[in-house]
Design a binder for this molecule. Structure first.
Ligand code: TXA
Ligand code: MG
Length: 330
């Protein structure tokens, strides 16, 4: 009972901060978001500054329900909603899916980096939904990390990354999915997956038929830059039978080395190697991936050798993030 009262009080405080143009970090089922009033240009400016994000990179607007799609006459955020977008919203919201749709006049330029579409999402997390309902409007929120770094999946990650630059962090515990939402661009003739995420391609295709998947090197969706999601340690991808050799060579070069591999993979490495806790299955891999990458930095590793999970389902999103982390030249 006490906890509920406290949460209500925290939500009210968060809403007051948002109305005042402030920044509130909040949990979602995917990762923590750094939120501001999506209709306040000054709040958005501060959000971009704190995030360290280029002004032409659009942010997702979080809303409480799918009815918020319907603009302009109904006061919503989107126009010309296609049957595909409606079907995806009906089946997947609240949930880890972001729909890119034509924007209504309610959406400020600062949210979309000037483009004529907007990314919308109804998150499936009780604290996030309570905040959205109490606030009433849209909350613009990128992941609550500095630009290009690993997304936060715990309140403590947000505080470690953003410190006092954020006015309030709502703590909803660890994020149950752990990897960002799937982004589907429904503004094109054929729906296109711009970012793999919490809803699998298989599920999307079962709902709306064949979709296009944006190739990795293509950066038409800003924020899907190849160097995103990287820890400071160099991430090196490996097949499981190559791990021991690779680790041996890295250690011989004087590097401090760690290993992340799925449970059940036998690896022989020296005592000096930091073996991170192996995820038991692909869902756990997604859930703990960012925490493990942060751990690699805490352990001050120079290199992290990673055996990716099997593909399919959320495995695709995990592999996508690992590839980007590995492509990062840090
Ligand atoms: O799970 C998530 O999506 C998390 C939580 C907080 O909701 N948010 C998140 O936001 O990952 P962010 O800003 O880190 O990534 C959003 C991605 C960026 O790659 C951005 O370029 C893309 O969404 N995006 C947003 N609006 C877009 C638009 N109109 N067209 C194309 N891409 C868009
Ligand atoms: Mg992000």
């Amino acid at each position: 009972m006490k906890k509920l009262v406290m949460e209500k009080h925290q939500i009210e405080k968060a809403v007051a901060i948002l109305r005042d143009g402030g920044l509130v970090a909040f949990p979602t089922e995917t990762v923590y978001g750094l939120g501001c009033d999506a209709e306040s240009t000054t709040a958005l400016e501060r959000l971009y500054r704190v995030k360290g994000r280029p002004a032409d990179h659009p942010v997702i607007v979080h809303v409480a329900e799918a009815a918020a799609l319907d603009g302009d006459a109904l006061g919503g955020w989107a126009l010309d909603i296609t049957p595909t977008a409606r079907a995806l919203a009906a089946a997947c919201w609240p949930g880890p899916l972001t729909l890119v749709v034509r924007r209504s006049h309610r959406v400020p330029d600062a949210v979309t980096g000037g483009r004529d579409t907007v990314g919308l999402r109804v998150p499936a997390q009780p604290v996030a939904l309570a905040l959205l309902r109490e606030f009433g409007g849209g909350i613009a929120a990128p992941s609550a990390n500095r630009f290009g770094r690993v997304s936060p999946t715990r309140a403590s990650d947000v505080i470690a990354d953003l410190g006092t630059d954020v006015d309030l962090v709502l703590d909803g515990g660890p994020c149950p999915i752990g990897i960002e939402s799937t982004i589907v661009d429904c503004s094109r003739a054929v729906p296109t997956i711009l970012r793999a995420g919490g809803v699998s391609r298989e599920r999307i295709e079962a709902l709306v038929g064949a979709v296009t998947v944006q190739s990795n090197g293509d950066v038409a969706a800003p924020g899907t830059l190849p160097f995103h999601y990287a820890p400071r340690a160099r991430v090196v991808l490996a097949e499981h039978h190559d791990v021991s050799d690779l680790v041996g060579r890295l250690c011989a070069s004087g590097a401090r080395v760690g290993v992340l591999a799925p449970m059940g993979i036998a690896i022989e490495v020296g005592d000096e190697v930091v073996v991170l806790d192996p995820p038991v299955d692909v869902d756990e891999y997604a859930r703990v991936l960012y925490a493990r990458l942060r751990e690699a930095d805490r352990e001050q590793l120079d290199a992290l050798v990673v055996v990716p999970p099997a593909g399919g389902g959320i495995g695709e999103a995990v592999i996508d993030r690992l590839r980007r982390a590995a492509a990062s030249a840090r």
